[in-house]
Design a protein around this ligand. Structure first.
Ligand SMILES: [Zn+2]
Length: 271
C-alpha cells in the first residue's frame, strides 16, 4: 500500500521552494545557508501539515500531541536544484510520468531548543545536534548506522508515514517540554516492497528507487528508505508538546556549557 502524493502537495511545493524575496533571505541563500521560516497557524499549509501529522500518529499507546509550531525549511538554491534534478530523472523513467513524491516523517536528535520559541529559528552549532545538521545540509546516506547499529533495509535514509514512529527516534534536551519531527519530500519512485529484513541492501535493482518495508514480520509500522542523498530533502519542522517522558540527550559541548555556567554562578556567589 503506497500513499499517493496528497492533493494539497502543490501548496507545499510552492511554500518549500518559494524564492526568497526579502534582502535578508536573499543574503542567506547567497551565503548557501538553509534556514527556517515560521508558518502562521492561519496558513493553509500549517493547517494541512497539522492534519498530516495528527493523521499519521498511529501509536495508540501514545496520546496525540498538541502542535506548538510549524516551520518551513527554505533550502539553498543548489540543494533544491539537485533534488529537483533527481526528481525529474525518476519522473522521466516512469510511465505515466510521476516521481511518486511523498511527504514522510523522520525523527532525530535535537541538542538545542530550535523551534521552542515560535520565532526562534537560529540553527545551533552543537556537534551532536543532528536536527540542525539535517536542516543545514540535508541527509547523508553515509551516516546510516552511526546512530543505530541495526539498519533493517541496509545503508539508506529512513523515513516513515507514521509521525508517532518518527517520534520514537526523537531525543531532546531535558530543559525543553517540546519534541520535534521533520517532514520530508521523498522521491519514492518505484518502491521495492520488503516484508522481511534486508540489512545487506546498499543499492537497488535496476528500475527501483526506494524500499518500502510493510508492517508484518518484525516491523510494526511502515518504513520508506532511499539510497541517494538527492532523493530526499527536509521540508518542514513540526514542534509539538507530547505527554511522553523525554529521553535525555546531553552532548559534550552542552555539558561543557553547563559546567561553565555553573562555574560562573559559583564565582558570582563567591563575589
Ligand atoms: Zn540544534
Amino acid at each position: 500500500m503506497f500513499h499517493p502524493v496528497p492533493a494539497f502537495f502543490m501548496i507545499f511545493r510552492r511554500y518549500s521552494f518559494k524564492p526568497s524575496t526579502s534582502r535578508a533571505k536573499k543574503k542567506l541563500v547567497k551565503k548557501k545557508l538553509s534556514h527556517l521560516v515560521p508558518l502562521s497557524t492561519q496558513d493553509p499549509t500549517y493547517i494541512q501539515l497539522e492534519k498530516h501529522f495528527q493523521d499519521g500518529w498511529t501509536h495508540l499507546s501514545k496520546p496525540k500531541p498538541q502542535v506548538h509550531a510549524i516551520f518551513t525549511i527554505v533550502l539553498t538554491e543548489d540543494s533544491s536544484a539537485a533534488f529537483l534534478r533527481y526528481r525529474a530523472l525518476v519522473e522521466n523513467s516512469r510511465t505515466p510520468r510521476d516521481a511518486n513524491e511523498q511527504l514522510l516523517f523522520h525523527g532525530t536528535i535535537r541538542s538545542c531548543l530550535l523551534g521552542d520559541e515560535k520565532r526562534g529559528t537560529q540553527l545551533c552549532k552543537i556537534a551532536g545536534c543532528l536536527l540542525c545538521s539535517v536542516i543545514r545540509n540535508s541527509f547523508d546516506v553515509s551516516k546510516c548506522g552511526k546512530r543505530h547499529k541495526f539498519c533493517r533495509f541496509g545503508t539508506g535514509i529512513y523515513t516513515t508515514t507514521s509521525s508517532s514512529k518518527a517520534d520514537d527516534y526523537f531525543i531532546g534536551v531535558p530543559e525543553s517540554p517540546f519534541r520535534a519531527v521533520l517532514v520530508n519530500r521523498v522521491v519514492v519512485g518505484n518502491p521495492l516492497t520488503q516484508k522481511s529484513n534486508a540489512e545487506e541492501i546498499t543499492e537497488l535493482p535496476f528500475g527501483y528507487h526506494s524500499v518500502v518495508g510493510v508492517p508484518g514480520a518484525g516491523l510494526n509500522y511502515g518504513e520508506t528508505v532511499v539510497y541517494n542523498n538527492d532523493a530526499i530533502r527536509p521540508a518542514y519542522l513540526i514542534v509539538y508538546a507530547a505527554d511522553i517522558h523525554p529521553e535525555i540527550h546531553v552532548t559534550r559541548s552542552r555539558l561543557v556549557k553547563q559546567t561553565m555556567s555553573r562555574r560562573t554562578m559559583l564565582l558570582k556567589r563567591r563575589k
